[in-house]
Design a protein around this ligand. Structure first.
Ligand SMILES: NC(=O)c1ccc[n+]([C@@H]2O[C@H](COP(=O)([O-])OP(=O)(O)OC[C@H]3O[C@@H](n4cnc5c(N)ncnc54)[C@H](O)[C@@H]3O)[C@@H](O)[C@H]2O)c1
Length: 326
């Protein structure tokens, strides 16, 4: 039986739709967007039903799961509504604006016994999965040097403190989650910020962050908006292990080229992935979770922890002090 899915929010929700349509075993039956005209157009193109409200869609359709692809301020309400109806949830990052929201979402899904998968697609991306698997041979990462720079984003909700929370919440969440995936729990962070490229007066738009992990690893992360969309290497992860360095780089959001160098300086391997985004693997993984065949790679707790790191960076920028993470 195909998993019957409804999609709420038709910005990045359109990418969810395309990915579900490529997958065997998924059937998107309806879409919802506050912009009902947009929902109707998408529904007409794909032979779906359209709603202006995600909760009405959950009430009227016979669904197994929803993709929540709206801005973060609505994630809690929609997740709680889905869980209350026994629907599995794929929720886009960042999880929500506050840690209390995250706790409520985790509790609601636990109570209902439904899957909560966070849209941290990098965890499903083949290059990052390769690095993680290689730890068996290489040991853990020791030192990381990461460039993760967006181009300009003008959407109002992105900058709203009660919604997207600016670049270090809305988008750097992906990098913070990947750092946790690779290094485990962070212990403390110090960040310097600027607002050189901010469209909102005074709002921090770039940061140089230093993170110490509980296992002793250290990371420096240059994040924010100093990037230029389309610049070919605006994402770069240089990860140092005991015996070698791994450099993963490429266009923003899809670093696809990996160079491995032994500490003696000799290049030992170069790899390249044609599909490096993590999208197809993430969506297939969600279906497997819904069917009880896999456990979420990015849980509600991961969403909460990424937000905690985002908030710690913002706090450090504000206070000029090192912030310890609980
Ligand atoms: N994983 C990724 O790579 C990725 C990429 C882009 C965006 N995102 C995340 O997806 C979410 C949406 O981002 P976006 O870029 O698509 O935003 P967007 O502003 O482009 O689109 C959001 C859509 O949702 C609709 N909407 C807003 N609130 C709604 C609600 N409560 N109910 C129904 N419809 C609602 C809007 O009308 C709009 O059509 C954000 O959390 C963002 O961070 C993730």
């Amino acid at each position: 039986m195909a998993v019957r899915v409804g999609i709420i929010g038709l910005g990045i929700g359109l990418r969810h739709l395309e990915e579900y349509r490529r997958l065997q075993g998924a059937q998107v039956v309806a879409v919802a967007d506050f912009d009902l005209e947009k929902a109707r157009q998408v529904a007409a193109r794909y032979g779906l039903r359209a709603y202006g409200d995600g909760v009405a869609m959950m009430d009227e359709e016979k669904l197994d799961a929803v993709s929540i692809c709206t801005p973060p301020a609505s994630h809690r309400l929609l997740t709680e509504a889905a869980a209350a109806r026994g629907l599995h949830v794929l929720c886009e990052k960042p999880m929500a604006p506050t840690l209390a929201d995250c706790d409520a979402m985790i509790a609601a899904c636990q109570r209902a016994g439904v899957t909560l998968l966070l849209g941290f697609k990098k965890r499903s991306a083949p290059p990052f999965r390769f690095l993680k698997e290689q730890e068996k041979e290489w040991g853990p990462p020791l030192v990381l040097d990461v460039r993760y720079q967006l181009g300009p984003v003008l959407k109002g909700w992105f900058w709203d403190e009660a919604d997207g929370g600016g670049p270090f919440v809305e988008n750097t969440a992906h990098a913070f989650d990947m750092l946790r995936f690779l290094c485990g729990e962070p212990a403390r962070v110090y960040a310097e910020g600027t607002s050189f490229f901010s469209p909102v007066a005074g709002a921090a738009s770039e940061a140089a962050c230093t993170i110490r992990f509980r296992n002793g690893a250290i990371a420096s992360l240059a994040a924010g908006m100093a990037g230029i969309w389309g610049y070919d290497e605006s994402e770069r992860w240089v990860v140092s292990y005991g015996a070698l360095n791994a450099e993963l780089f490429g266009p923003f959001d899809v670093p696809r080229q990996l160079r491995l160098m032994r500490r003696d300086g000799q290049t030992i391997e170069e790899r390249w992935w044609a599909e490096a985004s993590g999208w197809p693997e993430q969506m297939a993984h969600f279906l497997a979770c819904v069917r009880g065949q896999e456990q979420p790679r990015a849980t509600g707790e991961d969403g909460r922890a990424a937000l905690a790191l985002s908030l710690a960076v913002k706090e450090s920028i504000r206070s000029g002090k090192v912030v310890e993470l609980a």
